[in-house]
Design a protein around this ligand. Structure first.
Ligand SMILES: [Zn+2]
Length: 116
């Protein structure tokens, strides 16, 4: 099986063919009438999930950036490590860095939330 490029399309779900309406990778889902559907079929989203996890692992996630889509391998695990309180050495000794001053908001959700 060739690798699926989830960053190649306007939406990652487009990277897989639809098991429901049989549209190929890259094409939007279609209703039985042939009109374009407003959303992807549930079976296609599930297939995209399955392939994404198989290919990139359960910790990976995908993010929409100004330049397109970026896949972050093991992103969540890394974020969790960064959530540990940090200290810095000041003139008054070692002090905790104020929460919220340095740290970014933790990422919410995994790749699966993005297309559901
Ligand atoms: Zn479809």
């Amino acid at each position: 099986m060739t690798a699926v490029d989830f960053t190649a399309w306007r939406h990652p779900v487009r990277a897989v063919a639809c098991p429901d309406c049989k549209q190929p990778a890259g094409a939007m889902c279609e209703r039985p009438s042939g009109h374009g559907a407003s959303d992807f079929h549930a079976a296609r989203k599930a297939e995209a999930d399955r392939v994404f996890i198989k290919q990139h692992g359960e910790d990976a996630w995908i993010e929409r950036t100004p330049a397109g889509w970026t896949i972050h391998p093991a992103g969540r695990a890394k974020e969790q490590r960064q959530d540990k309180p940090r200290t810095e050495l000041t003139a008054a000794g070692e002090q905790y860095v104020m929460a919220g001053c340095e740290r970014q908001e933790p990422r919410q959700g995994a790749q699966l939330d993005l297309w559901r």
